[in-house]
Design a protein around this ligand. Structure first.
Ligand code: NAG
Ligand code: NAG
Ligand code: NAG
Ligand code: NAG
Ligand code: NAG
Ligand code: NAG
Ligand code: NAG
Length: 404
């Protein structure tokens, strides 16, 4: 048993990071990387969603937590019936012939469990809450299933008094995220029946922290005509680096303590679009294989990024068109036959700062500098990708354009 376990771990750590797993007859199937079963579909969906967003908001920041969006939509499918249900799951990239629904929900349950199991060094709070008009009652099956697989919270809300309901929702999310998410993110003009809020907050501890004393205000070149000031963090050490010859960009990979890893990708000036278009599992795999350690003087902005998205309109042109329309069938949520979702909101927040587990080594004291350090300045639009390496989840995809 113990031996099987080790074999399994070894196999996992050797297998390609982003490619679909090959069936390995030597591995006990019931133990085979159950926590990564959803990864290929989820990562493909992540890039698809990201590209749609980038296309719909030229010149703007884009910031999402794809895995938590996948989770929220899969959860919603538990209350959907007929065409709406299939559309949601297929829109998330699942082939229902290959992956039965039960498998999908079990996969997300495991994923949710693994991702929310906090270790002390990582602040990650993710969850879903349904705010439901007081006059309605959830079907027992929906309550039970969403609780079991997704730990969904539901809250009866008096939508007659929208100002109060709005306050209640923000207070609730603020409480759930321990005060981390406290800005207002909901706008609603029409009367609401049901609002699903999907939220995530993330702040990691660097395996190798930035030097606290070196952070300075510096120029960030938004485009040819616009320049803003940002606090720029600095560290100098051996860092995994790659200058791509196929795509107009260079990148570094930094690790958080624990399972999260970050790719900071710096497209050449004006070449952001070419790099975004090429993002895929294959590209990430190629980058992963190509990164090599070298001495780098690294400058990265210290920022707190926060965005909210109305997923209804977002998913419309991604094949999940029914969500908020007359065609939607959510008869699995309440008895109210004409139930319409009012909104599905994604709210994400990420804090990047200097902190790591230990103090940064004093700047300039490098034990063995074999070559001149390479200087990389993230002082123009760039891409951040944060992955959980254990589950291969795409925790965050960011297109950082204007950092103010
Ligand atoms: C695989 O693992 C499960 C759970 O540990 C065990 O019950 C089963 O007997 C194993 N099967 C084989 C073929 O080793
Ligand atoms: C929703 O789907 C269920 C099951 O397929 C069906 O019985 C019901 O009539 C549908 N409701 C609406 C409003 O389309
Ligand atoms: C789903 O999987 C089945 C079986 O592998 C395959 O025949 C079918 O073409 C797939 N459907 C889609 C839409 O990819
Ligand atoms: C919400 O519930 C109230 C009763 O609490 C009801 O009067 C109202 O019509 C409901 N609104 C919607 C949009 O369902
Ligand atoms: C959050 O909610 C819990 C449980 O309802 C309550 O005990 C706690 O005081 C609240 N915290 C804040 C900061 O509002
Ligand atoms: C540069 O960015 C600013 C601020 O985002 C924007 O107002 C302006 O239109 C942009 N200029 C060009 C040439 O894209
Ligand atoms: C990665 O996550 C798994 C599952 O939560 C955990 O068992 C493991 O210790 C984590 N690895 C590290 C390096 O923290």
């Amino acid at each position: 048993m113990l031996l099987t376990f080790y074999t399994c771990l070894l196999w996992l750590s050797c297998s390609g990071l982003w490619t679909v797993q090959a069936e390995d007859p030597n591995v006990n199937v019931s133990m085979r990387s159950y926590h990564r079963d959803l990864a290929p579909s989820n990562v493909d969906f992540a890039f698809d969603l990201y590209k749609h967003l980038v296309a719909s908001a030229p010149g703007k920041n884009v910031f999402i937590s794809p895995v938590s969006i996948s989770m929220a939509l899969a959860m919603l499918s538990l209350g959907a019936r007929g065409h709406t249900r299939a559309q949601l799951l297929q829109g998330l990239g699942f082939n229902l012939t290959e992956t039965p629904e039960a498998k999908i929900h079990q996969g997300f349950r495991k994923l949710h469990h693994l991702l929310s199991k906090s270790d002390d060094t990582l602040e990650m709070i993710m969850g879903n809450t349904v705010f439901l008009n007081r006059s309605l009652e959830l079907l027992e099956s929906f309550s039970a299933d969403t609780k079991h697989y997704y730990e969904l919270d539901t809250l009866a809300t008096d939508f007659q008094d929208w100002a109060r309901a709005n306050r209640q929702i923000h207070e609730y999310i603020k409480n759930k995220t321990q005060g981390k998410i406290m800005d207002s993110f909901l706008e609603l003009d029409s009367p609401a029946t049901l609002i699903l809020v999907n939220y995530i907050f993330f702040k990691g501890m660097w395996a190798h922290p930035f030097d606290q004393g070196s952070t300075r205000e510096e120029n960030f070149y938004v485009n040819e005509t616009t320049l803003v000031q940002v606090p720029m963090m600095f560290q100098s050490r051996e860092i995994k680096y790659f200058k791509d010859q196929l795509l107009p960009c260079q990148l570094v990979q930094l690790d958080y303590v624990g399972n999260s890893t970050v790719f900071f990708v710096l497209p050449n000036a004006g070449e952001m679009d070419a790099v975004v278009t090429a993002l895929s599992r294959d590209t990430i795999q190629r980058w992963s294989d190509s990164l090599t350690s070298r001495q780098v003087d690294l400058y990265i902005p210290k920022v707190s990024i926060s965005e909210a998205y109305d997923l209804g309109s977002l998913l419309e042109d991604m094949g999940i068109a029914d969500l908020l329309t007359q065609q939607a069938n959510f008869s699995g949520i309440t008895q109210e036959s004409q139930l319409k979702l009012s909104k599905v909101v994604h709210k994400a927040m990420l804090q990047l700062d200097e902190q790591g587990v230990q103090e940064a080594a004093p700047t300039g004291v490098s034990l063995k500098v074999e070559s001149e350090p390479l200087t990389i300045h993230f002082n123009r639009p760039f891409i951040i990708m944060i992955f959980d390496e254990f589950t291969w989840s795409s925790l965050f995809l960011v297109k950082a354009m204007n950092l103010t």
